[in-house]
Ligand binder design. Structure first.
Ligand code: PRX
Length: 650
């Protein structure tokens, strides 16, 4: 393994914030031995209205962690106002619109005015500190303005990815009890219009909780506006002043809720608080991407997911960076889109997902070679395991061997990057997220015995032994669920849901989820969510959903479905189409199944438990090594499923 090692490039070490492995190891040790000193130093990079009294407090039994208690801070102030005196005219955001070559630059000073106007609109409509506001938008600047406007007045934003269906949006609005929803008439993505307002209308139909819907105007598309409830955001903004004071938030006051999938059918709203999260997002952004003032930084994620929260909005803006927000897709209008943006804007740091890279690698190198890409320095990846071939392609073809690749592992729950190379420090290995970030202590646990596996060359469940400032504090409205999901499986540790190997050099290799979560094109999805969507269809008696390998998406969605009597004969194609549609309606188009396998039975133990291990193997066409199937209530079901699978796959 060690032979496939990419050494640190000397020119990177020279300019980096951390310049050698020795320096990293010394600081890493300090961060674990004396976290209060270490994180206290990092938090000083932010502007606090009032200093904290204690860096870290914990009630481990209650899983209650506090960072910088007593401190008063505002995230909007830190992302905007404090930069104005020195670089108010620096570009904060570059909006790369869906239409190729069309860019809007927004300076920090302009950002402040827009954010203040939106903040005043929210205040005018009765939004108070602690109220939740739902944001259902595509990638337009108003999304960033509204997030920061919420932060400014102490409201809690809950951004729902613009690809979710009305049903999914409704559940999230209800769970967070949002009285205001901010959306756009339509979104634009890859040349297509996204009917955002229409979806909001369906989501909140008959719901009295939502009092106000603010609608940004992205297209000339007509939408129906309900009198007394729906208002155009631009019209409301012009009525408001462009200044608005910042609430002095407690460090532990909530900043945002972000829903993510777990192993049950109900998504959970992870709650992040203010001081610790912002400290962590800003510090990781600076170190992992080796950000320096003047760099043009382009994270191609969607703000609907955590990557966009931490590494398009909060981290970069807290550091005074120029952050690109990308409205389109990597393949629109062609596979040269990223590289055109890189050349047009002089991008130095690119951060994207393996699924996009796989699609681009498949489209052919000619799309890349058409552009110079000479400004690029750091190439980041996140969201799912990156196959070593694609890593090498990213390094050799995109980066022409000049750039440093950082494969960053983290989660919605963690708030920021936890396992990652540092450009001036870490020799990299394609496919490995390498070493822990400061303050992070990964632990590999044997899932069978719960024993911690010490030393190198071990694999098991990935857990984390020590708290860090960016971690989510709770599941909104359900702290018991937070404790049960993350802290009970391996007592004393946070369980990530991922499997990992620590190799002979102590490098971490994330092998993917070991719970019932799948990762489809970097979108995290609970198999139980897809199952409950399927069983809601009258034809379906039972459904079991697993991930299967997919060349572009990483994982595809493979659904085993048992039909109710009377549906088994005829019209199969039509039924399969209807079931896929059912999932689209219930979750969103990104969750549409790849395979619906109408099955004659499911492998169950005598006590009725579905043996998912077998279903995963069959979905992956791995027919060997099924393990012991003698405990199945009906062992021949395995052969039948294999035969049916071969038919389904043709
Ligand atoms: O399985 C891991 C995978 O994505 C999961 C977290 O998904 P989400 O909360 O949506 O956040 C994605 C963006 C941070 C993890 O449990 N994952 C994330 N990054 C990597 C990864 N798997 C392998 N390598 C990564 N770099």
């Amino acid at each position: 393994m060690t032979q496939d090692l990419y050494p640190v490039k000397p020119e990177f070490a020279e300019r980096a914030h951390i310049r050698s492995m020795e320096e990293y190891q010394r600081l890493y040790r300090l961060s674990l031995d004396n976290p209060e000193w270490f994180w206290g130093e990092q938090a000083k990079a932010l502007t606090w209205f009032h200093p904290w009294q204690s860096v870290f407090d914990a009630d481990y039994k209650e899983v209650d962690f506090s960072w910088f208690l007593g401190g008063r801070i505002n995230a909007s102030f830190n992302c905007i106002d404090r930069h104005l005196a020195t670089h108010g005219d620096r570009t904060a955001l570059i909006w790369a619109q869906d239409e190729p070559g069309v860019y809007t630059h927004i300076t920090y000073r302009e950002l402040k005015h827009h954010v203040c106007r939106v903040a005043n609109v929210l205040l005018h409509h009765g939004v108070k500190k602690g109220d939740r506001v739902c944001l259902y938008m595509t990638m337009i600047p108003e999304l960033v303005y509204t997030m920061l406007a919420c932060a400014r007045i102490g409201a809690v934003h809950s951004v729902v990815f613009g690809g979710f269906s009305a049903e999914a949006l409704r559940d999230r609005i209800v769970d967070a009890k949002c009285k205001v929803v901010v959306t756009a008439n339509e979104g634009l993505r890859g040349g297509k219009r996204v009917p955002l307002k229409k979806t909001v209308d369906r989501a909140i139909e008959g719901m009295s909780m939502v009092e106000t819907v603010l609608v940004a105007r992205r297209t000339d598309g007509e939408v129906s506006m309900e009198a007394g409830r729906d208002l155009w955001l631009d019209e409301e903004m012009t009525r408001q002043r462009s200044t608005c004071t910042n609430e002095w938030m407690g460090s532990e006051d909530p900043l945002f809720i972000l829903y993510t999938s777990g192993s049950t059918g109900k998504p959970k709203g992870l709650l992040h608080t203010t001081g610790g999260y912002l400290t962590y997002a800003a510090f990781t952004h600076k170190m992992v991407f080796d950000y320096h003032p003047g760099d043009i930084y382009f994270c191609a994620a969607d703000i609907g997911w955590v990557t966009g929260h931490s590494y398009i909005v909060y981290g970069p803006l807290a550091n005074g960076a120029t952050s690109v927000i990308f409205e389109s897709t990597p393949l629109y209008p062609d596979a040269g889109r990223y590289w055109q943006i890189v050349d047009d804007l002089g991008v130095n740091i690119l951060y994207t997902a393996p699924t996009a890279l796989r699609a681009l690698a498949q489209a052919g190198d000619e799309w890349i070679k058409k552009y110079s890409r000479k400004s690029l320095r750091i190439l980041g990846t996140v969201g799912e395991p990156i196959n070593p071939e694609v890593w090498r392609w990213y390094h050799d073809v995109v980066g022409e061997g000049r750039c440093t690749v950082v494969d960053t592992w983290w989660q919605t729950e963690t708030g920021g990057i936890l396992i990652t190379p540092l450009p001036g420090v870490t020799p990299t290995k394609p496919g490995s997220a390498t070493l822990p970030f400061f303050g992070v202590k990964p632990v590999i646990v044997d899932p069978a015995t719960g024993a911690v596996l010490e030393g190198n060359d071990v694999s098991g469940a990935l857990c984390l032994a020590t708290p860090w400032p960016g971690t989510a504090r709770t599941v909104h409205g359900d702290h018991k669920r937070f404790k049960d999901t993350y802290f009970t499986q391996y007592p004393g540790y946070y369980f990530t849901g991922d499997g990992a190997r620590r190799d002979e050099d102590g490098y971490y290799w994330i092998t993917g989820r070991i719970d019932d979560v799948i990762n489809v094109s970097g979108h995290r999805l609970g198999t139980a969510e897809v199952e409950s969507a399927l069983v809601a269809h009258e034809a379906v008696a039972e459904a079991a959903v697993v991930g299967c390998p997919h060349p572009i998406k990483g994982q595809g969605i493979y659904c085993y479905v048992i039909l109710n009597q009377g549906y088994a004969n005829g019209g199969k194609e039509q039924l399969i189409g209807a079931l896929k549609e059912q999932v689209r309606q219930s979750i969103g188009a990104f969750a549409a199944p790849d395979v619906i396998h109408i099955a004659s039975g499911l492998p169950k133990t005598r006590s009725g438990k579905i043996m998912r291990r077998i279903l995963r193997k069959i979905a992956s066409a791995e027919y060997e090594g099924m393990g012991d199937i003698s405990t199945l209530a009906e062992p021949d079901v395995v052969d039948r499923l294999i035969k049916e699978h071969q038919v389904v796959s043709k």
